[in-house]
Design a protein around this ligand. Structure first.
Ligand code: IPE
Ligand code: IPE
Ligand code: MG
Length: 245
């Protein structure tokens, strides 16, 4: 990817994406290339998380969704999982103040129940503290799986039907969205995956029906502001038709 040009000046601010979703992949490979342990890739990756949150806020993006830990990532070695959890808590502790000050609302996609109590406490505190913020909604996908989300939504709908809260006739595609973790947010306009992998790995299966995809050949720790600017610029050159002509 050519990121030597300055793409910020080329962005059309009247046609910004509302929602950007990112599969932050390639931390391990970034580290291995440098003969470092995989954990140092995760550590470097966290820095890009903060840069990206900050930049999306500056640009005026409304929703940013970051895939941090999938339902399948539990199959990794315990040591790596423990390290990722430690990073998560550290990230919240170190960055919450800044996030809050920047009017960012933190929202979690995924089932937190599988996490340790201290992690749940930290995350819930952050969500509660930032709940009235409105500049940028930051969705962090933790123990998230797109299929799991759809199954969960289906169960919740069944419950509402059984309890006579809704009728079967009321359910349609839009209504179904209310039962997803993203509730009433607009669908991602852009899905970015770093690392060169071209798959979705169970990310936002329902929401990405008409998203524009960007598979980048850089690893997540190398995703800097200008990479984001270039994606937005390229997105603005695409012609979204939504089935129309
Ligand atoms: C993404 O990087 C971070 C998480 C999945 C938590 P990886 O850890 O998947 O890095 P690679 O894909 O092995 O290089
Ligand atoms: C996807 O990356 C999940 C996250 C970035 C959190 P993975 O590294 O887990 O995906 P696969 O295993 O390559 O499909
Ligand atoms: Mg990976």
């Amino acid at each position: 990817m050519n990121v030597k040009n300055n793409y910020l000046d080329k962005i059309n601010f009247d046609n910004l994406p509302k929602h950007i979703a990112i599969i932050m992949d390639g931390n391990g490979r970034w580290a291995e290339k440098r003969f470092l342990p995989r954990t140092s890739g995760h550590k470097e990756g966290v820095k890009r998380v903060m840069d990206t949150v900050e930049e999306c806020g500056n640009l005026g993006i409304k929703y940013l969704t970051l895939y941090a830990f999938s339902t399948e990532n539990w199959s990794r070695p315990k040591k790596e999982i423990d390290y990722l959890m430690k990073l998560l808590v550290k990230f919240i502790k170190n960055k919450l103040e800044e996030i809050h000050k920047n009017n960012v609302k933190l929202n979690i996609l995924g089932d937190l129940n599988r996490f340790d109590k201290n992690i749940i406490k930290e995350v819930e505190y952050a969500v509660e503290l930032t709940k009235n913020n409105s500049k940028l909604i930051l969705n962090i996908a933790l123990n998230y799986g797109g299929r799991d989300e759809i199954v969960r939504a289906t169960k919740r709908i069944c419950n509402d039907i059984i309890n006579n809260n809704i009728s079967i006739e009321e359910i349609n595609e839009e209504y179904f969205k209310r039962y997803l973790y993203t509730e009433n947010q607009s669908d991602p306009d852009i899905v970015i995956r770093t690392s060169g992998e071209k798959r979705l790995s169970n990310f936002l299966n329902y929401q990405i029906a008409y998203s524009e995809f960007f598979f980048l050949d850089i690893n997540w720790p190398d995703f800097h502001k200008n990479s984001l600017h270039k994606v937005i610029f390229d997105y603005q050159q695409r012609n979204r038709r939504f089935g129309n002509i």
